[in-house]
Design a protein. Structure first.
Length: 364
């Protein structure tokens, strides 16, 4: 198979869908890989590194999209990209369609088979291709939140850890999955006062086993969460429903009761966000303030650390890329977990959660 690797074009997105070592694995297996010139610049991998791995270097994205049988990316395709996709192609990338009707319609019109990293499953019910970026985003959420608690960034001038004789920041993490667990690890490491909310008792028990007395675990109720948010210095939204829009768990009214200069970090923004006042931002302009609360809602947080993120992502995606390259769409018949990644095919939505989120959406 001829696999295409275009350069990411989303604002401040420096990750790359295939690192040189992944290209070498594909070439060794008998496949061809066409890489757009400069695709790996964000991770310090020049065209020479890809050529050494056996790739064909293309000067333009247009050639990559025209010639490749499968396109491998990181972020969802932008308008100029989905317009270049065709019915005989596989697109393998993050999609997050539930919160993006325009992209969904564009993919439907293209006729391509769009397979989303974030809805591929594993035998344990996990999301193995979402997990690496969730780990990165969870850890980054505390780093970014801590930076924006400083006075020069609009925060209340609070050091997360405090110092002897002062209080540490109170950090509330909504959701105890991969993002929430990694956020808690960073927050605990910085010495913060951390509380995790979740609606799964088994998960809360697991978190208690992981963190012991260093983290408070709470079953999430409307009243309990509202009270915790009111007292928090930082709130991290880490809720995910696979393929679906994130639930709105903190309202505008609750926001008004938060401390002036407190910070919310909405890691769920790719799926619409779990705060009523969340709208997507970029690394270039990452925050805005509503009711004296700093909102950090960057939609591609792991893009800030592209070397770590690209390597971690490839560790998870490469086996699936190899399967698709070797068997094409027949790979989905051989692996039900990979089949769960299929979101769009032959101009139709096929993933149940996306269908539920977007309703009877047409390609028109």
């Amino acid at each position: 198979m001829l696999i295409g690797l275009p350069k990411e074009i989303k604002n401040n997105e420096f990750r790359v869908g295939l690192v040189p070592s992944s290209v070498a694995e594909l070439v060794k297996a008998g496949h061809q890989v066409m890489v757009q010139s400069g695709a790996g610049a964000g991770i310090g991998a020049g065209d020479d590194a890809y050529q050494a791995a056996g790739a064909i270097i293309s000067p333009t994205a247009e050639q990559v999209f025209c010639d490749a049988e499968m396109i491998v990316k990181v972020k969802e395709p932008q308008k100029q990209e989905w317009e270049q996709l065709s019915a005989n192609q596989i697109l393998f990338t993050y999609l997050h369609l539930a919160a993006d009707a325009a992209q969904t319609q564009g993919l439907m019109r293209s006729g391509c088979a769009a397979i989303a990293y974030e809805t591929i499953t594993d035998a344990g019910g996990g999301l193995p291709l979402l997990a690496p970026m969730s780990e990165v985003a969870g850890r980054l959420s505390v780093i970014e939140g801590a930076a924006h608690l400083t006075a020069m960034n609009g925060g209340r001038g609070l050091l997360v850890s405090g110092v002897p004789g002062t209080e540490a920041a109170k950090i509330v993490v909504i959701g105890g999955g991969v993002v929430g667990t990694n956020a808690a690890k960073m927050a605990v490491g910085l010495g913060a006062d951390v509380t995790i909310f979740d609606r799964s008792l088994p998960r809360l028990r697991a978190l208690s086993d992981i963190f012991g007395a260093s983290v408070a675990t709470r079953f999430s109720t409307h009243e309990g969460l509202a009270a915790a948010v009111r007292e928090a210095d930082m709130v991290i939204g880490a809720v995910l429903i696979p393929g679906a829009s994130a639930p709105k768990l903190v309202s505008r009214a609750q926001l008004k009761e938060m401390k002036p200069g407190s910070v919310i970090v909405d890691v769920a923004i790719d799926q619409g966000g779990c705060f009523e006042t969340s709208v997507p931002t970029t690394h270039e302009n990452p925050t805005y303030i509503i009711d004296d609360v700093v909102h950090y809602c960057v939609a591609n947080m792991p893009g800030a650390v592209p070397l770590t993120s690209s390597t971690a992502l490839n560790n998870a995606t490469l086996p699936f890329v190899m399967a698709l390259a070797g068997y094409g769409m027949a790979a989905l018949e051989r692996d039900s977990h990979l089949a769960n990644g299929l979101n769009v095919r032959d101009g139709k939505l096929v993933h149940p959660a996306v269908i539920e989120a977007l309703g009877n959406l047409s390609a028109a």
